[in-house]
Design a protein around this ligand. Structure first.
Ligand code: ZN
Length: 203
């Protein structure tokens, strides 16, 4: 399986990163070796001094598809969850400055903790799902999918023009404003609406 991540997909986050608004979805990949499940701890890597959390709503692809039209995109996922797109911001900055790919800053081991997945039928409106991240019990990120620049259907349609989607693939849909650093000893808790989905420590 593969993980596809959308960058720069919430206006306030685009502003905090001082980036222009993308005209089409920006995406990159993480390997399956970046996944952490079951709230296992995340071990702070030695190659960065500026590790950032990015909380994101994650779609789980449930059938094979390519060149999917926006109209039918909703048929390609039935469950959603939450994930952290851990980013070594110092390495990412270096990669960006040199115009190089930024995988080393986002695709490393453990860079994608994910929650359990829940049926999308649980939500009245997929276009307005609230989610939030708490660091040591203080809210640091608060988002709603109504603020997405590119909505779920448009992401699936666009990405599938380039990459075949397979059952079990995950799509991280972008992070809202409020990204910031973590330190060893921090505890991260993430909620989808009011349900606790992620709860783990940085070690
Ligand atoms: Zn991200």
């Amino acid at each position: 399986m593969k993980i596809i991540c959308i960058g720069l997909n919430y206006m306030d986050h685009i502003r905090e990163m001082n980036n222009p608004i993308p005209e089409v979805p920006v995406f990159f990949l993480k390997p399956d070796s970046s996944i952490i499940r079951n709230n296992k701890p995340f071990f702070y890597p030695e190659f960065t001094n500026d590790l950032h959390y990015e909380l994101e709503v994650v779609l789980k692809i449930n059938r094979l598809g390519r060149n999917i039209s926006e109209k039918f995109a909703h048929r390609y996922f039935s469950e959603i969850g939450l994930g952290i797109d851990f980013t070594a911001r110092d390495l990412q900055r270096l990669c960006k400055e040199k115009g190089m790919p930024w995988e080393m800053s986002k695709a490393f081991d453990g860079a994608a903790p994910i929650s359990e997945f829940v049926s999308k039928g649980k939500f009245n409106d997929l276009g307005n799902i609230r989610f939030r991240l708490e660091k040591n019990d203080a809210i640091v990120q608060k988002g709603t999918t109504s603020d997405l620049v590119f909505k779920f259907d448009s992401i699936i349609s666009y990405v599938s023009r380039f990459i075949t989607l397979r059952t079990g693939d995950l799509i991280f849909t972008g992070t809202p404003v409020g990204v910031g650093p973590v330190q060893i000893g921090d505890r991260l808790k993430a909620y989808l609406e009011d349900e606790l989905m992620l709860d783990f420590f940085i070690k």
